[in-house]
Write a protein that binds this ligand. Structure first.
Ligand SMILES: *[C@@H]1O[C@H](CO)[C@@H](O)[C@H](O)[C@H]1NC(C)=O
Ligand SMILES: *[C@@H]1O[C@H](CO)[C@@H](O)[C@H](O)[C@H]1NC(C)=O
Ligand SMILES: *[C@@H]1O[C@H](CO)[C@@H](O)[C@H](O)[C@H]1NC(C)=O
Ligand SMILES: *[C@@H]1O[C@H](CO)[C@@H](O)[C@H](O)[C@H]1NC(C)=O
Length: 429
């Protein structure tokens, strides 16, 4: 081999290696763009969080949050709670606005509340998020409210995670356990997606709603399992354009619009679609509940493709709920639906009324099937003056969960249409 040929071969090998390196770098860059940019991730541990389940990591989390929220630089907008560790947090608020238009909160590990109650104020929450736009919370980790130290011992109990004024919020792929009260409450926000959530608390734990919504517009909740002690999902006043799809609910109190109009307040909910959900051993199935002394409306609500498995009250509208002094449920539900700090939103759903009741109209039940644990599969108790109007039932076929029993519908002041339903407020059309 002469010298020039040798150099040529060497050059070729070199070029090959360089091109391999190039490919390799390209691959790395591709991976980087696709998933986590290592550089852009801020771990709470780098701000001193310990994660042994005992040390108070609140301060470290708040400092890490400040760095991410104020950081602003392109990559540095991901807060990481690392896998394999358990971080104990006291009540805290993650506040915006942040520099970046989107912030990732990656919960890979576990968050736990203190294992003793604390004094919880008027709208109490363990973990609050306030005024953060484009917040994404995910990571496959667990949020454990350790509610058992509160249940039946303390009257004012906190929500586990509360969101106020968080537009463009996206929460997916997380586990929520044993909140002292509601697991997630959404308030005063627009454009929210929740999916792939698993929420568990004992069936007899008090007021442990899965997800509460108030004063929100544009919420999509899908593909989640909610098994808790109260409503799986409750849609409270000031809420509109709410889609709920692919939810497995139960045990719990079902999927509920309201209560609306407690203490005589104006309350309005519209444009709600509940679709493709399964409710198992729930106290109520799909419910609309309004107070007699309130005002406002619940309208344009549809329930479609719902399967009931031994639900106690599969379909229920209660329009004449009475306000009572010291009504524990009324005050509980009112405190769920706090008013907004941001008045820019929700003009359309505010108003005042004469307190003669909350109007219920344009509600459809389509392809509701399965079984009722009680003999009364449909209960509609509507006000003599207002009535419930434009109630449509289409293919409502519920049978008794108990062999030999027949189910019936109990309806007062209901106006509507019925198609192909085994059971309805009227006879078949
Ligand atoms: C929610 O999902 C819809 C439809 O998939 C999408 O258009 C919207 O941008 C999402 N919003 C957020 C906040 O993720
Ligand atoms: C709810 O579903 C309807 C019909 O699929 C869709 O047009 C609407 O954009 C959805 N709204 C939200 C907030 O996801
Ligand atoms: C109904 O929801 C289940 C559970 O999330 C899902 O697997 C299924 O694809 C959904 N079906 C339709 C027709 O949307
Ligand atoms: C609700 O209305 C009833 C009947 O008008 C009245 O007796 C009662 O005091 C009212 N309750 C409240 C809390 O306003």
């Amino acid at each position: 081999m002469n010298k020039s040929l040798f150099s040529f071969v060497l050059l070729c090998i070199c070029l090959l290696q360089i091109s391999k390196l190039g490919l390799c770098l390209q691959g790395k860059a591709h991976k980087g763009n696709n998933g986590l940019k290592r550089r852009g991730v801020t771990s709470v541990t780098s701000f001193g969080a310990v994660g042994d389940g005992k040390t108070d990591d609140t301060k470290a989390f708040l400092n890490a949050w400040k760095a991410v929220c104020n950081g602003g630089s392109r990559g540095n907008r991901q807060l990481l709670v690392p896998r394999g560790k358990t971080f104990m947090l006291k009540p805290l608020t993650f506040e915006g606005p942040c520099k970046s238009s989107s912030i990732f909160f990656l919960i890979r590990g576990n968050l736990v509340a203190p294992n003793h109650p604390w004094h919880a104020g008027t709208y109490p929450a363990w973990i609050s998020f306030d005024s953060i736009n484009g917040l994404v919370i995910t990571g496959g980790g667990t949020v454990n409210g350790r509610g058992s130290v509160w249940w039946r011992k303390v009257h004012h109990r906190p929500t586990a995670m509360h969101f106020n004024n968080c537009n463009g919020l996206h929460i997916y792929n997380l586990r929520h356990l044993n909140s002292p009260r509601n697991h997630i409450s959404l308030g005063c926000s627009e454009n929210i997606n929740l999916s792939g959530l698993n929420m568990f608390a004992p069936g007899d734990s008090p007021n442990t709603d899965g997800i509460d919504i108030s004063n929100c517009r544009g919420v999509d909740i899908r593909d989640s399992v909610i098994a808790t002690g109260d409503d799986c999902i409750a849609i409270n006043r000031g809420s509109s354009y709410i889609n709920i799809t692919g939810i497995f609910c139960g045990p719990g109190h079902g999927i509920s619009v309201g209560s609306l109009g407690e203490n005589g307040y104006f309350s309005a909910v519209e444009e709600v679609r509940v679709k493709n959900c399964t409710l198992t051993n729930t106290m109520n199935g799909v419910r609309i509940k309004t107070f007699q002394n309130g005002s406002g409306f619940a309208r344009k609500i549809s329930f479609e493709d719902i399967k009931m498995v031994a639900s106690e009250n599969p379909i229920i509208i209660e329009q004449n709920y009475h306000d009572r002094a010291n009504n524990a449920e009324a005050s509980f539900e009112y405190s769920n639906s706090q008013s907004c700090h941001v008045n820019r939103l929700h003009h359309t759903l505010s108003g005042s009324g004469n307190g003669r009741g909350v109007k219920v109209s344009d509600v459809s039940y389509t392809r509701i099937h399965g079984s009722s644990a009680s003999d009364e599969a449909i209960t509609m108790n509507c006000d003599a003056d207002l009535g419930c109007v434009d109630i449509v039932m289409n293919h409502v076929n519920i049978v008794s969960a108990r062999s030999g029993h027949k189910v019936l519908a109990s309806c007062k002041n209901v106006h509507g249409k019925y198609f192909d339903s085994l059971i309805s407020c009227q006879k078949k059309h």
